[in-house]
Write a protein that binds this ligand. Structure first.
Ligand code: ADP
Ligand code: MG
Length: 241
């Protein structure tokens, strides 16, 4: 397993009237498989923009976003739209702040849809069983056994966030990006979600970027960066005990 994300000299601007806002200003970072790089910083500093660029949803002005996996190294900043969509489906897990679950689907179906939506019209019964079994295993891993058949409205905020995380793992991602997963949760539930993420990242070897406001979570991270006005600075190297 050689998953590594390397961001080099990444700059991204947004139009702002006649001018432009620099949301990312020559950002550099590296995170290896099985490790979590935490990103903190004030609101509006560019954290979500960085995650969107790294997950190929926003195209940067310049710089590189290299993802090294067992199948080679790709520069995510220059992929075609089509290749980017394929890569997101196959190699990137995305967890946003608001759980963007589909109201009509059960927890189990949310996970299954991740796989089946990318398929052509025919999916063999054997493949369906395999996908269902993986979805059940992941829901179990995030502590949702017994809730598989509930729809989002029947789940608590913490449970919905767990479904989000399980769903992001369906394609066994090389790269995991997670934006403020605990912002809607109380301290205790937030801590449980962070523990869950740490365990999953270690087990699945995804290179992980995690935006968090809560400094209590930083002790569990492998590295910590701070974003201010689009400039990313390493905050400290967390020395393993
Ligand atoms: P954070 O996640 O740290 O709160 P964001 O990455 O959301 O910050 O935003 C960084 C800056 O980029 C802010 O000034 C924000 O207003 C601006 N911005 C974000 N998205 C857009 C967009 N789609 N169009 C224009 N400006 C944007
Ligand atoms: Mg944000």
């Amino acid at each position: 397993m050689t998953n590594t994300l390397t961001v080099a000299d990444l700059t991204l601007t947004f139009p702002d009237g006649a001018d432009r806002i620099t949301a990312l200003n020559r950002v550099n970072l590296r995170v290896r498989g099985g490790e979590i790089a935490a990103i903190t910083g004030p609101s509006g500093s560019g954290k979500s923009t960085l995650l969107a660029a790294v997950s190929t949803l926003l195209r940067p002005d310049s710089g590189r976003i290299e993802l090294e996996t067992d199948s080679g190294t790709a520069d995510l900043s220059t992929l075609s739209r089509r290749d980017a969509a394929t890569l997101r489906r196959d190699a990137i897990g995305i967890v946003f702040q608001q759980s963007n679950l589909i109201p009509a689907l059960t927890a189990l179906e949310q996970l299954e849809a991740m796989v089946h939506l990318g398929q052509t019209w025919f999916v063999s019964p054997a493949r369906r069983r395999e996908v269902r079994s993986r979805a059940r295993d992941l829901l179990d891993a995030v502590g949702l056994t017994g809730h598989e058949n509930k729809r989002p409205a029947q789940l608590s905020g913490g449970q919905r966030q767990r479904v989000n995380i399980a769903r992001a793992l369906m394609n066994d991602p090389s790269l995991l990006v997670i934006d403020e997963p605990t912002s809607a949760l109380d301290q205790e539930r937030g801590a449980a979600i962070i523990d869950l993420i740490v365990g999953i990242v270690r087990e699945h070897h995804a290179a992980t970027l995690l935006v968090t406001h809560d400094r209590a979570h930083l002790q569990h991270m492998d590295s910590v960066y701070r974003m201010v006005d689009g400039v990313l600075t390493p905050e400290n190297a967390v020395v393993p005990a």
